[in-house]
Design a protein around this ligand. Structure first.
Ligand SMILES: NC(=O)c1ccc[n+]([C@@H]2O[C@H](COP(=O)([O-])OP(=O)(O)OC[C@H]3O[C@@H](n4cnc5c(N)ncnc54)[C@H](OP(=O)(O)O)[C@@H]3O)[C@@H](O)[C@H]2O)c1
Length: 358
């Protein structure tokens, strides 16, 4: 039996993970965590003896002794759990990309010390992981992350100024929690994924490409030095990468339908427009600058997305807040979690200062 600690159990990934776990006899839930929603019903239904609502998740992990941590918390709140699992060599199935973006260097060092497995749950990274499996690093030219382009792919800059929260929450291909749905509309999500890929696969930024692929059937590609490219295809359904990570390396079956070639299946690709979607450019720059710039990118983006969801700022202000915050912070590397939390707080303050002026 694999004892799973499911963090973020009440969210979009959390709910789908509960279904995957319930269908698999070799998986059992030892711990559940949420941010504010009560967990009594879920704990009783899934036999979880350890539960926690909000607060520091590492106490819950210590007490429940999981074999695998599925971190499906949203935002910087997931950092402590990611570092806890990596440090101890406990298998980490990572949906919470923000933790790897914010704490990338600390996470890589913790993973080296802990020696455990880090299995990406993000569909693009799960796809890259699978395309890379068993390949010699020297044969790999680059990885290509696909982006749906979000609901505003064809909107002009002038139109983007007045898009509503409701429109931004209408993702064309994926059904997800509100924060990542807004991140997908601004392309900040692809920016976070670019930084996540850098830390997961130990690749420099110039060897990580992003391409817009509206139908979200190709999740990622890996280009090799001989000119070949391997792609990972499937309908956009997070149960596949969740199940892959939870049952690795067994690849358990899922109820997700196989690709149907009798229905029209078009694979279109186009380059992202960094003029209309500057958050992807800002993320790449933050990643290349290193230190705590990625942490600042993430923190300011979290502040801006909250403000957009609350109707306090417009869609284009999200990038403005992030750009401003990045210009205010020093980006100095964090040597421990305390310094990282301070860097995160400084970027949040900078974004909030700008927010007051919008
Ligand atoms: N949804 C997707 O399809 C998808 C795909 C790829 C990657 N991801 C990533 O997976 C993560 C979760 O996304 P989601 O869409 O599932 O988000 P979501 O639906 O908003 O769910 C977030 C979960 O995190 C919990 N949470 C929030 N703050 C917390 C805290 N301080 N301590 C413990 N738990 C906390 C929430 O609890 P409450 O319900 O109590 O607030 C909820 O269970 C994000 O990092 C996202 O980028 C998601």
């Amino acid at each position: 039996m694999t004892r799973v600690a499911l963090l973020g159990a009440t969210g979009s990934i959390g709910e789908q993970a509960l279904g995957v776990i319930a269908a698999h006899p070799a998986l059992e839930i030892c711990a559940l965590a949420s941010g504010s929603q009560p967990l009594d019903g879920l704990a009783a239904a899934h036999g979880a003896r350890h539960v926690q609502v909000g607060g520091d998740l590492t106490g819950l992990l210590e007490a429940s002794e999981p074999d695998l941590v599925l971190n499906a918390v949203v935002g910087f709140a997931g950092v402590g759990a990611t570092l806890w699992a990596l440090e101890r060599g406990v298998t980490l199935a990572l949906a919470n990309k923000e933790s790897l973006v914010a704490a990338g260097e600390l996470a890589v060092a913790a993973r080296e010390r802990g020696g455990g497995m880090l299995l990406p749950v993000d569909s693009e990274h799960s796809a890259v992981f699978q395309c890379l499996e068993g390949r010699a690093p020297a044969t790999v030219e680059s990885v290509v992350l696909t982006a749906s382009g979000g609901p505003f792919r064809n909107r002009s800059l002038a139109e983007l100024e007045s898009v509503s929260v409701e429109e931004a929450l209408e993702h064309p291909t994926w059904s997800m929690g509100p924060k990542i749905t807004i991140d997908s509309a601004t392309l900040a999500n692809k920016g976070l994924e670019l930084i996540e890929a850098h830390f997961l696969f130990d690749l420099p930024y110039h060897r990580i490409e992003v391409v817009v692929h509206p139908s979200s059937v190709v999740h990622a590609l890996v280009r090799f030095r001989d000119g070949a490219a391997l792609a990972h295809l499937g309908y956009p359904d997070m149960r596949v990468p969740i199940s892959f990570a939870l049952t690795y390396p067994d690849r358990a079956s899922t109820p997700v339908p196989a690709l149907d070639f009798s229905a029209r299946l078009t694979l279109e690709f186009e380059p992202p427009d960094l003029g209309r979607f500057p958050l992807l450019r800002l993320a790449r720059e933050a990643g290349e600058r290193g230190g705590t710039y990625p942490c600042a990118f993430n923190a300011a983006n979290e502040v801006a997305v909250d403000a957009f969801l609350d109707g306090r700022i417009g869609f284009l202000d999200v990038a403005d807040l992030v750009e401003h915050a990045l210009s205010q912070v020093d980006g100095a590397p964090a040597h421990d979690l305390g310094e990282l939390v301070a860097a995160d707080a400084a970027a949040r303050r900078a974004a909030q200062g700008r927010l007051a002026l919008v």
